[in-house]
Design a protein around this ligand. Structure first.
Ligand code: ATP
Length: 133
């Protein structure tokens, strides 16, 4: 069974969308293995978003990710890596389709509610990075 990592970002917590998003994950049929809230450090954000380091929007992204708690989710299900990317919707919420989490609830490029791993290798790295395995 495939496993993946998801993280609900500070805007999901602040806007009270945690229950709604978790319901979507469960309604799809995926199984929650573990969840934990945490406050991200600047170092962890740097590691997680190393592909964006140095870009103009990085300071805004870092401040956003440290603004409030995040929720780590370890989950499993058939084809759940691709399935979670589809549930989340496009990175730019203005291009995310209605029915997806970002398409239904977000319009800001930075504050887009959820992160999900994009490959089996990344899922394992991220589950370890955030101490879920
Ligand atoms: N041009 C941008 N302006 C502002 N924020 C951005 C921009 N591009 C990406 N981000 C932020 O950085 C995060 C990571 O970007 P990435 O390109 O890895 O997209 P993603 O894989 O859809 O998102 P995530 O990694 O959060 O799942 C985005 O989710 C968003 O919060």
């Amino acid at each position: 069974m495939e496993e993946t990592f998801a993280m609900l970002k500070p805007d999901a917590i602040e806007r009270g969308l945690v229950g709604n998003i978790i319901s979507r994950i469960e309604n799809k049929g995926y199984k929650i293995i573990q969840m934990r809230t945490s406050h991200l450090t600047a170092d962890l954000i740097k590691e997680h978003y190393q592909h964006h380091l140095g870009k103009a929007f990085y300071p805004k992204l870092e401040a956003f990710m440290m603004r409030d708690q995040v929720l780590f989710i370890h989950l499993s299900g058939p084809n759940c890596i691709e399935g979670m990317r589809l549930l989340a919707g496009a990175t730019n919420p203005n291009e995310a389709l209605p029915g997806s989490i970002r398409g239904d609830f977000a319009f800001d490029m930075t504050e887009n509610l959820i992160h999900t791993s994009d490959s089996p290798e990344t899922a394992q790295i991220e589950l370890r990075r955030f101490a879920l395995i």
